[in-house]
Write a protein that binds this ligand. Structure first.
Ligand code: DX5
Ligand code: ZN
Length: 222
C-alpha cells in the first residue's frame, strides 16, 4: 500500500454533543485526519460551526485537522482557523474571486492550501492554480449536507487530476468528499485519490469504528 492513502472522517455526521469522544473513537480506529465542515448558510444552505469548535477538536486529537470552508469571504476567517489548529484549509473555486491571493494567505500562515470544486465545476478551471496548491478537493456531492449519494462523474475528475499532475510533475494531492463508503472506496483510491472524506458511512453506522477499520483494511491492500 502507498503510505499516503488516507481516510479523514467528517464530523458533520458525528454527535456534536460528544464531539471529543467521537474524535477519540475514530483516532483509535485508525483515522488519518479529521475533516471539519464549515458552512455559513450563504454559500451553502446549511450552517455548522466556527473556529471555537475547531479549537476544541485540536485539543482532542493529534491528527491533522482538515478545515473545509464552505463560506463566502473566507479571507476574513482563514487566519483564525489556522490559529485554532487547522493543518489543511480548502476554499472553493466558485466563490473566490481572488483565489491566488487566498491560497497564498493560507500558505503564508503555515497550513496546506487546497481548492475545492463543486460537481458542476470542470477541472480545467483550475489550470492556473494547480502549480501553487497542496491539494485539490473534488466534491462528489453538492456541498451542504452529509449522507448524499456519490456523483459518478467524479471518477473522471480524479483521473484527469491524476493525469495532469503526472504530465506536469505537480505535487498536489487529491482529496474527495461526499458519498464515500466501503463499497466505492477501492475504486476511488485506485483512480488516484490520496485522501478520502467519509461522514455518514462512518458516523451514521451502528459501529463507526468497525466501518472505518473496514475501509482502512480495503485501502491497505491496494
Ligand atoms: C458536504 C461536506 C462533507 C460531508 C460528507 O457538504 O463537505 O464533508 O460531511 O458527508 P458524507 O460522507 O456523508 O457524504
Ligand atoms: Zn467537507
Amino acid at each position: 500500500m502507498s503510505k499516503s492513502k488516507r481516510i479523514f472522517p467528517s464530523l458533520l455526521s458525528s454527535d456534536f454533543l460528544k464531539i471529543g469522544e467521537e474524535v477519540a473513537m475514530v483516532e483509535k480506529a485508525g483515522a488519518d485526519g479529521i475533516h471539519c465542515d464549515i458552512m455559513d448558510g450563504s454559500f451553502v444552505p446549511n450552517i455548522t460551526f466556527g473556529p471555537l469548535v475547531v479549537r476544541k477538536v485540536r485539543e482532542a486529537t493529534k491528527l491533522p485537522i482538515d478545515v473545509h470552508l464552505m463560506i463566502n469571504n473566507p479571507e476574513k476567517y482563514i487566519v483564525e482557523f489556522i490559529k485554532s489548529g487547522a493543518d489543511y484549509i480548502s476554499i472553493h473555486f466558485e466563490n473566490n474571486i481572488h483565489l491566488n491571493r487566498n491560497v497564498n494567505l493560507i500558505k503564508e500562515n503555515g497550513a496546506k492550501a487546497g481548492v475545492a470544486i463543486n460537481p458542476a465545476t470542470p477541472v480545467n478551471f483550475l489550470q492556473d492554480i494547480l502549480e501553487n496548491i497542496d491539494f485539490v478537493l473534488i466534491m462528489s456531492v453538492n456541498p451542504g449536507f452529509g449522507g448524499q449519494k456519490f456523483i459518478e462523474n467524479s471518477y473522471g475528475k480524479i483521473e484527469q487530476l491524476d493525469r495532469i499532475r503526472n504530465e506536469k510533475n505537480y505535487s498536489y494531492e487529491i482529496e474527495i468528499d461526499g458519498g464515500i463508503n466501503s463499497q466505492n472506496i477501492k475504486k476511488i483510491i485506485e483512480n488516484g485519490v490520496d485522501f478520502a472524506v467519509a461522514g455518514a458511512s462512518i458516523f451514521g453506522s451502528v459501529n463507526p469504528a468497525e466501518v472505518l477499520k473496514q475501509m482502512k483494511g480495503i485501502i491497505s491492500k491496494l
